[in-house]
Each structure stands twice: as C-alpha cells, then as structure tokens.
Ligand binder design. Structure first.
Ligand SMILES: [Zn+2]
Length: 417
C-alpha cells in the first residue's frame, strides 16, 4: 500500500491561502507533562520516552526543569549526553542560578521564561514589567555569554498586551542572539483565529523564530497550534497523550498526524505513536479517553453495520487514516447494530465461514445477547455463539436425518406386509 493510500488528504487545503509551514516539534512531555498533578517519571522512564521521541524524528525534547531537584538535574544531564539527534532543552526562570543548572546539564537550549501580563506581574512577581524584562535580559545575557542557545519565553503571552510582547521580543532580539521567542497560552484562552492574529503580529515584528505553547482548557490546543504554524510559528510544543497542567497541552499524536494529513509533512515516524502513547499512559498512570483522537481505544473501533461493511471493502470510507499509520489496530465490534454483510466479513476476517442459515441464526443470537448485556460482544463471545449455532445446526440435521429414517422404515414395513 502506498503512503498516500494510508490516509485521505484534506483537499480543501488547496483552496486556502496560507504560508507554507516551516516547523519543528518540541515535545514537552518530560517537563510540562510531568507537571500533571500526581505524575512523577523515573529516570529510566524519562530516558525511554526521550529515546522514542528521538527515534520518531522530534527535533527538540524539553527534558525538565533542573533546579526542581538534584535528581531532576541528574536526569536532564543524562538525557543530554545520550547523543540523540533531537536537541535537548530545559527550563529556567530569569535567575542566573537556573542557568548555571542548565549549564551543568550540558543542554543545547535553555528556555528562560518570564510572565509579562498584568495579572502575573501584580500577583505573582509583585514587580513592574520593566523590572521583569530587566531580569530576563540579564539572565539571557548570562546564558548567551556562556555559550547556551536561548529561548526567551513569555508565559501567559495570550493575556499580555501585544505591544508589551513586541517591545520585549524586539529588544532582546536586538541586544542578544536569542534563538527563539516563545508564546505560551498558559491558561488556554486562545482560539485558532486569535492565535493566528497573535503569531502574525509577532512574526511581522521580529526575525527570530517563534515557538507556540498551547494549553487545552477549551479543547483547542491542537487547533491553536496548527493555526500558529500557519501564521509562521516555527516550533510547536506538544505532549504525548496531551498530558500537562489541568486540561493538558497540545497532543503530540494529534499534531503529528494533522501535519501529515492537512499539510503533507511526512518526515515523522508516526507508526510509533500508539506504542509511545501506551508507554506514557503506563508511566503516568493516565489512560487517554476511549474516544481520544489517534490513540484512544475507540480510534479504530467500528460497530455500525453500514460502517463495518464499507470498511471491509475500503477502510478509508470511515477512517481518515489507517491504524497502521500510527501503529494501531482496527477493532471491528459485533453489537446490536451489526448487519448480515458486516457480520459475514468479521467472521471471515477471523478465518471462519458460515452458511447463510447459520449466519441468520447467529445474528439473532448476537442481538439477544447484546440487548441483554447492554454492550457489544467480544471476539471470544462471538466465537462461542458461532459454536453454539454450529452445534444447534448439527443437532437439527441429525434429528432431520433420524426423522427421515423413521419415515423410510415405516414405508418399508408397509410394503413388506
Ligand atoms: Zn505549559
């Protein structure tokens, strides 16, 4: 099967004018993802996740926040020395001590962040914008003087006056060589239109690459991330299974698959997504919702008779992309909505074969069984019902033969008298 047959391309994109995407992914599962309440990854777990992200082609891995603990610093350091193709980044407040910790870890990029919104300045820092920008500049200078690449990140950027962001980014661009500036939608207030506007405004003001970091409080993190990319954002932040503070971040699996289906970006190895999702689910103790896009249990599960019958002929009738593309598996479920054609297909797909009469008997049993239990039936239950039907069919045949024998015997007795 050719790659293009694995999914339907969104051809409506041909009618939309947008800047060709020039993007990279920075996955923040190991940092923002670990800030999910109750989640603590071990060193081995973080290394395993980082290794998978690297092998999929993720360009940047945010490994952690070294000043959080001595152990965290050790882990970031360990990830940084693995020799991954992915560049390794870590978080730092606008404090020189945090940059020292990043230097000890030997990371490629340090993400120095300050918030510049009125709310954060007044209630978190109790300082003015100028004071905070001064702290940021000092820290950026310190980091660049020590040879670190810097991302200057604006926390709560979506609630910061745009002129303030422009001033801060323009000044740091002029005074230091920051590699990136970052816009964080810390509380998930943006929608795709406002994200596009915000990124476009910054894009036309500066020459530095822009990062977008979206949260999912209104369920729009993935959409906002893609809108940012269309407006010129270079670095897209994601987490596996969309874990993260509160409602989480933009989901790696959704962003990666959308990049392929919507924009034709196919350089990432998406076949590892399902296994990585399971890994992070096990390590974090957070199972994605069954209807979670791409990796949820129902992402490739079909029960409706009409859908199953069509899928058996051509999966793309009811699947945007095939499970193989993301390392998943299709699951055809037998339930009260299953029709004869679909049921025959499902039975054939598990290597069994039924006569028409048997199939009709089976479908009756399936309907009774699912209505009694108020749920679909598993493959084992289906196989049990099939043996029941076959057994009953056999008994019916035997009794039919016996009946015919009796009739023949009676007829012979009559003639012999
Ligand atoms: Zn965040």
């Amino acid at each position: 099967m050719s790659a293009s047959e694995q999914y339907s391309r969104n051809k409506l994109m041909d009618f939309i004018e947008y800047r060709p995407l020039d993007i990279e992914i920075c996955d923040v599962t190991l940092r923002d993802g670990e800030q999910t309440p109750g989640v603590v990854f071990t060193k081995e777990q973080k290394l395993a996740i980082a290794s998978e992200l690297d092998s999929m082609g993720v360009e940047v891995i945010e490994a952690g926040f070294p000043v959080v603990s001595a152990n965290e610093k050790e882990i970031v350091k360990e990830i940084a020395i693995q020799g991954f193709n992915s560049r390794i980044c870590c978080l730092s407040r606008a404090v020189k001590g945090d940059v020292d910790a990043a230097l000890e870890c030997d990371v490629d990029i340090v993400s120095i962040f300050i918030a510049m919104s009125d709310l954060h300045l007044k209630y978190k820092y109790h300082r003015s914008f100028e004071e905070m920008l001064g702290c940021a500049k000092e820290t950026i200078e310190y980091a660049t003087d020590h040879g670190l690449k810097v991302r200057f990140a604006a926390e709560d950027a979506s609630r910061t006056p745009i002129d303030r962001l422009k001033k801060a980014f323009k000044e740091t661009e002029n005074e230091y060589k920051v590699q990136y500036v970052s816009l964080a939608d810390t509380i998930g207030i943006l929608n795709p239109t406002t994200t596009h506007y915000l990124v476009s405004e910054i894009y036309k003001t500066i020459n530095t690459s822009i990062c977008i970091h979206c949260h999912n409080d209104l369920g729009m993190a993935t959409a906002n991330t893609l809108a940012a990319a269309e407006a010129g954002a270079k670095q897209l932040h994601t987490t596996v299974n969309a874990i993260g503070e509160r409602a989480g971040n933009a989901s790696l699996e959704e962003v990666m698959v959308a990049l392929r289906v919507q924009y034709g970006i196919d350089r990432y190895d998406t076949t590892k997504l399902t296994a990585l999702s399971r890994m992070v689910s096990e390590y974090s103790g957070i199972t994605p919702a069954v209807n979670k896009a791409v990796v949820g249990q129902n992402a490739f599960t079909h029960e409706s008779g009409i859908h199953v019958a069509a899928i058996l002929e051509e999966p793309r009738t009811y699947e945007l992309f095939l499970p193989e593309m993301v390392g998943g598996r299709r699951n055809l479920v037998v339930g009260k909505h299953t029709g004869t054609k679909a049921l025959r297909g499902i039975i054939n797909s598990i290597g069994l074969c039924l006569e028409r009469e048997e199939l009709c008997a089976l479908i009756e049993k399936v309907k009774v069984c699912t209505e009694e239990k108020h749920k679909s039936i598993s493959q084992e239950q289906l196989e049990r019902l099939i043996s029941q039907v076959k057994q009953e069919q056999l008994e019916r045949l035997i009794s039919q033969v016996k009946q015919e024998q009796k009739v023949t015997e009676k007829r012979e007795e009559k003639f012999s008298i």
